[in-house]
Write a protein that binds this ligand. Structure first.
Ligand SMILES: Cc1ncc(C[n+]2csc(CCOP(=O)(O)OP(=O)(O)O)c2C)c(N)n1
Ligand SMILES: [Mg+2]
Length: 559
């Protein structure tokens, strides 16, 4: 804490408060509504980098990805109404992904609030359902208190986004106040009674299954969990888009319990007598749309461990509910004797996972599954893969082997446009690590403008754009539900490599599988942000089926 109490304007107090919280990087788009904050940041620019983006949607995804990757709150700075509305997508993503984030929004001055002044929105109402806490700092001397509260809230229990609005007159006014030290990460622990209960339930289990997911893990906790599961012979699955929590190479790994789940794995989860779920919320994607477990009383004996007390019993009534942080829970795990019958079934689950991850031939000259396998086999173990939403991501989910903590950045809310900005944030947050973004043609152009941000800030990573000329996911659902009645799902795309080059990035186009590896090498060595377009046959709609097969099946079932 600083001992001298100099008079500072609100923007400077806030910038200093961010530095005091250990914030090293903030993402955003400037606005005239928060000029004093920009002025305050000018003074601390060596400690706190401002990543200036081209659209708040991209900036908010970057802040989310930063929070997801580092476990520290991703900080987002946006202007009033238009900035606040553009920036909402990353907040919704962060909420569903339990990612710590703090968003600062310029606000109409208190001298004109509630008149529907220029760009005025009441953020408490707007962000009420997308944030853990929304507040407005009305008094300049209370900035350190509000910032401390915001960072504690973003990090505590189930992490998530927080919004602070900054009335313009408050930012311009001055006060002599002290900074506050960094927020604590407040998470509950587990009792001896609970670990005993857990041991009793697990030791009696004939076909147990463990699912891990959610935000708030540490690398050490994931490693300890792996040792524990392997020692006991327990099978473990990762929840939707949390595939990097349990090392996929472990003999205990059974696959991802997400969208497009291996049917054998789905059956295994259904047939489990005891389910130990650590950190996953058990949302729609992880439960096969609430079919793997019955609502509200699952047939499996459910042991649900979650850092947010309100998640326990929200959908499923657990047999044992443990409100605990995950590192705290993992440290308290009871020793279990190796169970040979579990081990046998776990070995079977792992071999089913391996079989499932092998790519199958697909129509067209670009075998996208083979390309994902190539990346999986050739990238460094700690490479970060940022993915967006769309069918193109299913090859990634299925064929990439995640080898370590925080090697996957994906939106569990299925929000398009995430992969590219997440790649930018990942490269800036971890410049020594290899970063790849995997985008769809629809998905990429939702935030393709952020190539300018990558070029400006030197985020030299490689993005793939999987181009099938379609909003393919929606086309697939259309052909299944209303076969032949295609509507609103064709895309007319730019030349993506030329688009990248126009920004000063490196661009490549791949039309045959064998062109990929050399194109990747050139892209990775280009010393620039790089984009590789993969031209995919539009009939190759998922790793397992074709669009024409989906249509034919739907037509047949209607006859
Ligand atoms: C922001 C947002 N808008 C719309 C959707 C609905 N949606 C889901 S997937 C999809 C199409 C994705 O197209 P593309 O990125 O080209 O991937 P493909 O399915 O073709 O592989 C759409 C429109 C969404 N999930 N997110
Ligand atoms: Mg597409």
């Amino acid at each position: 804490m600083k001992s001298d109490l100099k008079t500072r304007h609100g923007g400077k107090i806030l910038a200093d408060a961010l530095v005091a919280q250990g914030v090293k990087m903030a993402f955003g788009v400037p606005g005239e509504s928060y000029l004093p904050l920009l002025d305050g940041m000018h003074d601390v620019r060596d400690q706190l980098q401002f990543i200036v983006c081209r659209q708040e949607g991209g900036a908010s995804y970057m802040a989310e990805a930063y929070g997801k990757l580092t476990g520290e709150p991703g900080v987002l700075l946006v202007t009033r109404g238009p900035g606040a509305t553009n920036g909402s997508v990353g907040m919704h993503t962060g909420y569903q992904d339990s990612t710590p984030m703090v968003m600062f929004i310029g606000q109409v001055g208190n001298d004109m609030v509630e008149r529907e002044a220029f760009q005025e929105i009441d953020y408490r109402r707007m962000y009420g359902q997308m944030a853990k806490w929304v507040a407005q700092i009305d008094r300049v001397e209370r900035i350190p208190e509000y910032v401390s509260h915001a960072f504690h809230t973003a990090l505590a229990g189930r992490p998530g986004p927080v919004v602070l609005a900054l009335p313009e007159d408050m930012l311009f006014s001055e006060a002599a106040v002290a900074d506050v030290d960094r927020a604590h990460v407040v998470r509950p622990g587990v009792s001896a009674f609970q670990t005993n209960e857990l041991k009793n339930l697990l030791e009696r289990a004939r076909s147990p299954f463990v699912i891990v997911g959610g935000g708030g893990w540490t690398r050490e906790a994931t490693q300890k969990l792996r040792n524990w599961a392997e020692a006991a012979g327990l099978p473990v699955g990762n929840s939707f888009r949390c595939q990097d929590l349990f090392d996929n190479r472990s003999p205990s790994y059974a696959g991802d319990v997400g969208i497009g789940i291996n049917p054998k794995l789905a059956q295994r989860v259904k047939d489990a007598d005891v389910l130990l779920v650590i950190g996953a919320r058990l949302g729609e994607m992880t439960t096969g749309a609430y079919t793997l477990l019955e609502v509200p009383q699952p047939r499996q004996t459910l042991i649900h461990v979650h850092a947010g007390a309100e998640e326990l019993g929200r959908v499923y009534r657990p047999a044992l509910a443990i409100n605990s942080g995950y590192p705290q829970f993992i440290d308290a795990l009871p020793d279990l004797r190796k169970n040979p019958s579990w081990e046998k079934s776990t070995a079977e689950a792992h071999s089913q996972y391996l079989e499932w991850s092998e790519p199958r031939p697909m129509p067209g000259k670009v075998q996208y599954g083979e390309i994902i396998r190539w990346l999986s086999n050739n990238l460094p173990e700690d490479a970060i893969i940022a993915g967006g939403a769309g069918n193109f991501a299913s090859w990634l989910h299925r064929h990439f082997t995640y080898k370590g903590f925080r090697t996957q950045l994906g939106p569990t809310n299925g929000s398009m446009g995430y992969g590219y900005p997440a790649g930018v944030a990942a490269k800036l947050a971890a410049p020594k690590r290899t970063v790849i973004a995997i985008c769809g043609d629809g998905d990429f152009l939702m935030n393709g403008q952020e190539i300018a941000t990558a070029v400006l800030h030197g985020a030299n990573f490689v993005a793939l754009v999987v181009n099938n000329g379609l909003y393919g996911t929606i086309r697939m659902h259309q052909e299944r539900e209303y076969p032949g009645r295609v509507f609103g799902t064709d895309l007319r795309n730019p030349d993506f490599a030329a688009y990248a080059r126009a920004f000063g990035a490196h661009g490549e186009t791949v039309e045959r599988t064998e062109e990929f590896a050399p194109a990747y090498e050139r892209a990775a060595k280009s010393g620039k942000p790089a984009l590789i377009e993969l031209r995919i046959d539009p009939d190759a709609i998922t790793p397992a089926t074709t669009l024409s097969a989906v249509r034919d099946k739907a037509l047949k079932s209607r006859r």
